[in-house]
Design a binder for this molecule. Structure first.
Ligand SMILES: NC(=O)c1ccc[n+]([C@@H]2O[C@H](COP(=O)([O-])OP(=O)(O)OC[C@H]3O[C@@H](n4cnc5c(N)ncnc54)[C@H](O)[C@@H]3O)[C@@H](O)[C@H]2O)c1
Length: 327
């Protein structure tokens, strides 16, 4: 059994490779070749702590099986420990035997950045030159890298409501991307004129205004994952010509961005073009014109975790990474 640290995960799989793995995983999901039971939500009585198990199987040509374990322990921060520790257990789909244990926080960041990269690659204009990133927390670095990977961008503008955090993020990340990073003083400065907009925040209200979005822009909503959370303005959802979800089931159950306007009668379920996997499979069309607005919304899926974890394990074996342990 391989034990893989965050550093080894980074060495094992590139963003470009993770993007292709995510595309195939969602194609398999939309083709009905995956098994993803509801995650087990174990709320521990007499505490504020929760432990979540997210199992999945992905079939197709590169089968993958595993379970991600994420715990939410709010008081860990006071003990100097991570409040949301995550670990991935990879099983060999041929034998059911555990083949690897991976650090799970970076895995989540990588597969989430990569799914945005997959959507941006498939939907953004080929001539996109300016991108906007709203939110510079734990998930932001891989979101930045994904946009930079799929398009030859001149500039990525970065905004966070915590301006100092945004400025520090720009300093830390500049050497990791090709585009010039610029700290934006407001969300408007960040978004106006951008060809690609990615919001990855914990916001409960839209993080930008629909009026600032230029024709032809592609927008990714990555942050909102509960019915109370919102990042995308309802007006831009109404204006969009093409809207894709990672999974219908996940977004309609969890994302306030879409649940709230649906409840207010501002949008209909039929306004959604399809799942990204259907676009990968060629079952539905993507961008309709140069000036059309396209949107991708993701809340995440365990199929992305197991597919990327399986690919990392395979590459780590080839590259001789990790510690091998026999139980
Ligand atoms: N789609 C997925 O698969 C997926 C996967 C992992 C995490 N997430 C979600 O992504 C979100 C971001 O995760 P994170 O780990 O980076 O969170 P984080 O708490 O580390 O950072 C969130 C950042 O958003 C900023 N922010 C909040 N509201 C804002 C606003 N209105 N305008 C600008 N900035 C604002 C905060 O200042 C903070 O810097 C969370 O909601 C998380 O649950 C989604």
């Amino acid at each position: 059994m391989l034990i893989l640290t965050k550093k080894e995960l980074e060495q094992a799989l590139s963003m470009q490779e993770a993007i292709e793995i995510d595309k195939q995983a969602l194609a398999n999901y939309s083709a009905g070749k995956t098994a993803v039971p509801l995650r087990t939500n174990l709320a521990l009585p007499e505490t504020d702590n929760t432990s979540l198990c997210m199992p999945a199987y992905v079939g197709g040509t590169e089968p993958a099986l595993g379970v991600k374990i994420i715990s939410v322990y709010p008081e860990n921060i006071q003990k100097g420990l991570p409040s949301v520790p995550a670990t991935m257990v990879v099983l060999d789909p041929a034998t059911g035997i555990v083949s690897a244990i991976l650090e799970g926080t970076y895995l989540t960041q990588l597969r989430t950045g990569a799914v945005q990269g997959a959507a941006t690659d498939l939907l953004a204009r080929q001539d996109a030159k300016i991108a906007a990133l709203i939110g510079t927390g734990g998930q932001a670095a891989t979101q930045l890298l994904a946009m930079d990977t799929v398009r030859a961008l001149d500039e990525i503008r970065v905004y966070d409501q915590d301006l100092a955090r945004a400025a520090e993020f720009v300093t830390q990340q500049q050497s990791k991307v090709r585009a010039k990073l610029v700290t934006a003083s407001t969300s408007q400065v960040c978004v106006e004129g951008a060809d690609i907009i990615t919001s990855v925040t914990t916001a409960k209200q839209a993080t930008f205004s629909a009026e600032w979005v230029k024709p032809g822009a592609h927008i990714n909503g990555v942050g909102a994952f509960t019915p109370e959370m919102v990042e995308l303005p309802a007006e831009i959802i109404q204006r969009a010509a093409t809207i894709f979800f990672d999974t219908y089931e996940g977004v309609w159950a969890e994302a306030g961005d879409f649940i709230q306007p649906l409840q207010k009668g501002l949008i209909k379920k039929s306004d959604i073009t399809g799942e990204l996997g259907e676009l990968v499979l060629g079952k539905v069309a993507g961008r309709k014109s140069k000036d059309a607005i396209t949107i991708f919304k993701t809340v995440g899926s365990a199929v992305l975790d197991v597919a990327v974890a399986q690919a990392i394990t395979k590459q780590a074996l080839t590259k001789g990474l990790g510690q091998n342990i026999t139980l």
